[in-house]
Every structure is written in C-alpha cells, then in structure tokens.
Design a protein. Sequence first.
Length: 306
Amino acid sequence: MNLVITDSGLGGLSVFAQLMRFLKDRASSGNSANLVDNLNITYVNAVPSNERGYNSMSGSTEQIETFDKILNNTKKLFMPDYIFVACGSLSVLLKELQFQSNAELKIDGILSIGNKQLLGSLNQNSKTTALIFATPTTIRAKTIQHELYKNGIAEKRIITQACPELATQISNDPEGSKVAESIRHWVRQALQKLTADSNSPLIAYLGCTHYSYRESLFQDAFIQEGFSNITLLNPNLAAAEYLYKIVLQNQDSATILSKDISLSFSTPYPIPEQEIKTLSKLLNPISVETAEAFQNAIICPELLAD
C-alpha cells in the first residue's frame, strides 16, 4: 500500500508519528496476524516555499490552485493508493479542488474525523461548551462551526479562538518556553469569552495539527487559569487511529513480515535548521523512525511543476 500524508506544513508529522507508533506496537505484539508488510508511507509538505504559506496567499483561489497542483504532482510522483490530508485548513478546500480521486486512489481529510470527535463529545452532555483553538484561516472558514450547528449544537455552546502564528512558534521553539506563554495568552482570551455565570463543563479542541505537539502546554495553561477538569480533544490521535485501521484493512491476511515498511519525507524546499531541531525533538519520543525520515528530507521541487 502506498499511503501519502500531507499538510500545509509540518503539523501532520505528528499524525505520521502516531501511526508509526501504533504499527510498531502492533508488530512487537508477536502475533504474526497483526503485522503489516509492503507499506510505503510518504509525507508531503504541501507548502510551496518557506516564505509563502497558505495563510499569506491572496485568497482561496490561490490556495486551491496551489494545493491542486501539489496533489496532482503527488499522484504522478508517488502513485498513492490513499492520500490523507492531515490539515484542517486544507481539508476545507477538498470539495473545491479539481483533483479527482477514483476507485484506485482515495483522498480524505482530518476535518471530518475531528468534527465527528467534537460532535460526539458535545452530545455526551448538553451543558458542555467547546473552545475551538485553530488558525485564523480555519476559524474564518467556519466549517467546523457550521457542521456542529447543522447537527443541532447551539451557537452559544461554541467558542472559537484564532491563534495567529502559534503553529510557526511551535515549530521554532525547541524548549517551549515562548510557546507556553503564547498558549496561555490564547487560552486566557478564549476563557474571557465565557459568560460570567458559566460553570458548564469545558472541552478544548486542538484544531490545528501543530497544536498536538504541545498538548501538555494547553493542559497546563488551563490549570494555571483555574480550570483543572477541562477535556482536551486531539484530532491528530483520532486521525492516526483511523489511518491505522485503513492500513490493516489493506494488508494480506497471510502477511507474516513487517520488514518492508518504508518511510519518506518530501518537501519542495529545504526545511530551516531551527524547525528540524525543534520538530525532531518533539517527534523522537513518539516515533524515532518518523524523526529520522524528517531529518533525511527529500527535496522535491517537482511537487510544484506546472
């Protein structure tokens, strides 16, 4: 199976790492029926350059054209059976792309998984309020909010908090001290939007794949603000579990080896050294193999070919 995981940056590497952790745990169980074989996982950094990400583009038209181009080149270069878009902002664009999947190539995004996770948690208790932390692009698109409203969740139960530049800060702060300050600031901003008499249970939804790297800092920030019983929802973990099931479904039941799992990281441009240092430090505890693939990046300008 050829699996591609892509993101508008490097946050989706945490999904990649969690998937590898699940596969490694499965392989170490000693049950031959649980192993996987002939699996190629390629991570594609879908950002055109270090200086120009999707948030700095002129609008949705340029974003769609750029992502369309990268997906079509990904199809030619890697011949995937399945593409998973580990990015909330790019998942929003999927319905507007010219790129077409077919019986041989499936494409899906993290947005639907996260929405299902969030909706399920809100339906467990009608008094729960959700605090959604995400990029300005994701918050402005209102895709998450509209999906919840469509499924009967009242607007007063949803609080959104855009966190400008937080993803970039997470990628460039290996110690996490500056990130901790920023996260506490955005948590405080979100909490100020609660009504004065609100004492409902709270859910914090991490709506950007980068935020998963610093989930513990979100937890700490809420505790520091006096909210120790908050429930944190991490869609990255749910996405990895989803992909894990897909991988197993595509394995031959007679497989007895797990030696042929190959990993690679492809990017149109060289990743800056500070980001390599920071994200390697964050990925290593989850999956050494993912960190190594990231460090041995394949520079692939062909991803941007017209």
